[in-house]
Design a protein around this ligand. Structure first.
Ligand code: BES
Ligand code: MN
Ligand code: ZN
Length: 506
């Protein structure tokens, strides 16, 4: 029995905005710097405790840095159980969204550790913007994320904060930015769920079912089956899927929140629900991680949910190339020659270089049908990108250098960082084939660029960029906003890219 999802995914943490302190509330949070400087509302609340800030700060080592905390139980002059003073850093330091998302993550962690059920967070610092408040909420939502549905005995039993109220002067002026940020965090958490879901419970058609639930939000969803893909000539996509008893699917989603007839921006995700390597089978060690080889498709799905939830004023296309790469009597093999939808023939050298094959047909189909103004793909594509960049930066490869700069900017703002690496004709020599137009593997050196250059053959000169998330998609060391195995990388990056470059008539 595959798992069933409800759309949209329930949020574990509710975040609301208010002009006044809620009463009752389990905890009140104030931000202060090392000198005890607070905003006016916070300073007023602090004064009611009658406590000596300087003395407490000295005794506890509180220097007002992010992550520093003074925890006061049963404070006098107020009805809450806890008063928490959190460090806000020096003025002007870390004032971008990514820094405030980290602050939100840290906030949730402190409240969680203090085992309070609800908290009011006083936000009255100078320079506060709606976007920063949104980032704070999103960071908390991301830190609250757990994937424990199959840990029947180990579910966390402690009280987590289930409600946060941000207390600020003009809640109405903040609301739409906060809704936006929470929609994106919801998309990231959906992507995380899908990446963590095991392959026995999430096959290609199950993931298509999840995509179909976005119809409730106004997304148009089409699912192509093997027969339809065959009629379109998607020989590369079908070859990858033919070794699995669960046939491949291509999902086509459209969110039309922009002006009617506006050329769409397109996003394509690699969705290998499990990558055994196929006949070129992978070593057994860590193969279980390959349930996450649909991380690109999960990010595109999460992105579409976020765009629809926040009613983004953009026309966006999301395509998922879903297949399972299995060894089998019917599996494709090294030496096979397949014909992609573009008409180009591909000699298979390794059946483990399957991601570029499914993307070849998905990218060609996307540009052919939608003529997008720009096209982005996201994929757990190569082990080589992990060697090159580690797990903090995703790799970007493009036929249009300005797109790399744009993505890098979106990465800095969202905290999902990327780095530009080369593609180009130099890499073509490595994928020349004796028996076909091109081959799907070109040796170990420069493996991530070779894969990128392979993809470039299937974009037909549309402005395009490829994001390799084999390092960043899962298994990452934890951060203030990520404590789960799956990261959901790509949702926030692409949402920011859209917001800054393609939305609202841009
Ligand atoms: N899904 C893998 C890449 C991967 C590796 C993602 C580790 C996440 C973690 C991809 O399909 C693959 O197997 N790539 C091969 C390509 C090679 C055969 C040209 C690789 O990187 O070794
Ligand atoms: Mn592979
Ligand atoms: Zn793969």
């Amino acid at each position: 029995m595959p798992f069933k999802v409800a759309a949209p995914m329930p949020q574990t943490l509710s975040i609301s905005l208010a002009a006044n302190l809620p009463d009752p509330v389990a905890a009140i949070v104030l931000y202060a710097n090392g000198d005890g400087a607070m905003g006016p509302v916070a300073a007023d609340i602090w004064k009611r405790t009658g406590l000596d800030f300087a003395r407490i700060a000295k005794a506890t080592g509180f220097a007002g840095r992010p992550g520093h905390m003074i925890d006061i139980p049963a404070p006098s002059g107020m009805s809450c159980d806890r008063l928490l003073l959190l460090g806000r850093g020096a003025d002007g330091e870390g004032e971008n969204d990514a820094a405030w998302a980290d602050r939100g993550g840290s906030l949730f962690a402190k409240l969680d550790a203090a085992a309070v059920s609800s908290a009011a967070i006083v936000l009255d610092e100078p320079g506060l913007t709606p976007a920063l408040v949104g980032a704070l909420g999103a960071g908390a939502q991301l830190r609250a994320y757990r994937f424990e549905k199959y840990n029947t005995r180990r579910k966390s039993k402690t009280v987590h904060p289930s409600a946060l109220t941000f207390v600020l002067a003009k809640p109405d002026a903040m609301k739409s930015a906060v809704d936006h940020a929470l929609a994106v965090a919801g998309g990231t958490n959906l992507a995380r769920d899908l990446v963590s879901e095991p392959a026995n419970l999430l096959g290609p058609s199950d993931m298509a079912d999840v995509a179909n639930t976005l119809a409730d939000l106004g997304v148009t969803v089409e699912v192509l089956d093997e027969e339809q893909m065959g009629a379109l000539g998607m020989g590369a996509m079908l070859a990858v899927g033919q070794g699995s008893v669960r046939p491949p699917r291509m999902v086509v989603m459209q969110w039309n929140g922009g002006e009617k007839g506006q050329t769409p921006t397109a996003f394509v995700g690699k969705g290998i629900v499990f990558d055994t390597g196929g006949i070129s089978i992978k070593p057994a060690a860590s193969m279980e991680n390959m349930k996450g080889d649909m991380g690109g498709a999960a990010a595109v799905l999460g992105l579409m949910q976020a765009l629809a939830t926040r009613k983004a004023k953009v026309n966006a296309v999301g395509i998922l190339a879903l297949a399972e790469n299995m060894p089998d009597a019917n599996a494709y093999r090294p030496g096979d020659v397949v014909t992609a939808m573009s008409g180009e023939t591909i000699e298979i050298i390794s059946t483990d270089a399957e991601g570029r094959l499914v993307l070849a047909d998905a990218l060609w189909y996307c540009q052919d049908r939608f003529k997008p103004r720009a096209m982005f793909d996201i994929a757990t594509l190569t082990g080589a990108i992990r060697i090159a960049l580690g797990d903090d930066y995703a790799g970007v490869f493009t036929n249009t250098d300005s797109l790399a700069a744009t993505l890098q900017q979106a990465g800095r703002a969202s905290g999902e960082k990327v780095w530009h690496l080369p593609i180009g004709p130099a890499y073509d020599k490595l994928i020349e084939s004796r028996f076909a137009d091109i081959k799907n593997q070109g040796g170990r050196l420069g493996g991530a660029s070779i894969a990128g250059q392979f993809l470039a053959h299937f974009v037909n000169d549309v402005p395009w960029a490829h994001v390799d998330i084999a390092g960043t998609g899962f298994g990452k060391a934890s951060s203030e906003t990520i404590t789960s195995w799956a990261t959901g990388f790509g949702v926030a990056l692409f949402d920011r890219l859209i917001r800054d470059n393609y939305e609202n008539g841009k």
